[in-house]
Each structure stands twice: as C-alpha cells, then as structure tokens.
Design a binder for this molecule. Structure first.
Ligand code: DC
Length: 234
C-alpha cells in the first residue's frame, strides 16, 4: 500500500510550462527535463500528430467528429532519447510535424473540445517518477492543475516571429518574416479565443516575459522557483 502511495501520480511533481507559439517553451522545457532528469511531454506534438493524420487522410479540419475519432485512435509514439522524433503509425514524422502548415492545422484541431478530451488521459500518462516537465497551452490550467510549479512564458509577437524565423532557417526551411508575424497573430487569436481550454495563465502561474531574457536565464529562474516550491511543500 505504502508503495502504491509513493507511486500515486498525484505525488509525482509536474513542472508545467505554458505559453504562446515562439515563447521558447519547447527549448526551455527540454533543457529543464534534461537538467532535472525528469520526463518530458511535448503536448503540442500530440495536436500536431492529429492534424497530420487528418491532412494525410483527408479529414477536414472542421469535421469535429472525424477529428475526435482520429485523436481517440491515434497511433503515436515518442522516443524519449530523441525528442525531435515522433512516430505516426510507426513512421517517423518529426520533420513534417514542425512545418507551419501542420502547426496551423494543429491549432484548428486543438480548438475542438472532443479532440482535447480524447488526448487528456494520454497526456496525464506521461506523469511518471521522478517527475515531468510538460509543455503546452493548458498544462497548468487543465491537464495538471496540481502541478508543483506553473510557468507561463510570454514574449512580444515580433520577438516570437524572429525566433521562429531563425528556427526554420536553421533547419534549412523556407520562411518569410511577414508570413510568420501574420501566422503567429492568427494562432494567438485562435488559441486564446477558443472556448475549450483557451491559452491563458493559470491563476497561480508565474508569468515570465522572455523577450529580453536568454534561454539559460529562463532555465535558471525556473529551477530556482521549482527548488523553492518543492522545498516549501516538504
Ligand atoms: O506548441 P505547438 O506550437 O507545437 O502547438 C501546436 C498547436 O497545438 C498550437 O497552436 C495550439 C495547440 N495546442 C493546444 O491547444 N494545447 C496544447 N497543450 C498544446 C498545443
């Protein structure tokens, strides 16, 4: 019994990192998971996988029942040792997932309540000892409301577009700054205005504006806050 209690998911600490596209969440979450030796959840990848499956199977992005069914039966797998890789029906699709087309489609699929409900338990199953760092839009508000620490990262839309541009160019992908600024504004509006789990900080989240912060500074700040929280709760 005692052992069951020790392994009860609610006692496994979660560090929830939420925020809009381009706020640095992905990079920061991965670094934090590495530094802590914790598990890592890229929840956006799940929405991207649903969108990719829909694009490939010809399911329309406004077909709520079709998308929910895809999300319920999603054959997705991640490789903890290689966070850039993701498998859809056994095939590696990491690069296709990161395209702007897929990100925009994911934002549309993610607005459907049935899709979110279908992915809920799958996300919670990532909570394993010794801890989980989870990246998304509703990690602190919906998926892990009892997270040990909730951080909401922001940055100006211009800075986020600049970061995205650099990321795409570094990968040798085509990108135009004007299109990215427009895409980011559209996605922010859709992710924030939707009825189902809109993008917003949890009331108990620490909001960090990263516009002028280095990645390392954000990671250090998060680690300090986490140590304080875990220390206090003991
Ligand atoms: O983090 P990302 O860019 O990979 O996410 C892609 C889209 O998925 C994003 O526009 C909104 C949606 N999303 C969501 O609604 N909830 C999450 N927890 C993660 C992503």
């Amino acid at each position: 019994m005692a052992q069951n209690r020790v392994h009860a998911p609610a006692l496994i600490p979660v560090l929830a990192i939420d925020g809009p596209s381009g706020s640095g969440k992905g990079t920061i979450t991965r670094l934090l998971a590495q530094r802590l030796g914790w598990h890592y959840l890229d929840s956006g990848a799940l929405y991207r996988l649903v969108a990719l499956a829909a694009l490939r199977r010809g399911v329309a992005l406004d077909d709520a029942a079709g998308l929910r069914a895809l999300a319920q039966s999603l054959d997705a797998r991640f490789d903890p040792a290689q966070p850039d890789k993701a498998y859809l029906e056994g095939v590696e699709v990491g690069e296709a997932l990161r395209s702007e087309q897929c990100g925009n489609a994911a934002s549309r699929a993610a607005a459907i309540a049935g899709v979110r409900a279908a992915l809920l338990e799958r996300q919670r199953a990532f909570r394993k000892a010794p801890g989980l760092v989870a990246d998304g839009r509703d990690m602190g508000t919906v998926i892990f409301p009892d997270a040990a620490l909730k951080i909401f990262l922001t940055a100006t839309p211009e800075e986020r577009a600049r970061r995205r541009y650099k990321q795409l160019k570094d990968k040798g992908l085509d990108a135009r700054m004007n299109d990215l600024v427009k895409d980011i504004a559209e996605r922010d509006a859709r992710d924030s205005a939707r009825a189902a789990a809109p993008l917003k900080p949890a009331p108990d989240a620490v909001v960090l504006d990263t516009t002028e912060m280095s990645i390392e500074a954000v990671v250090e700040r998060a680690l300090t806050l986490l140590r304080e929280r875990l220390g206090k709760s003991k």
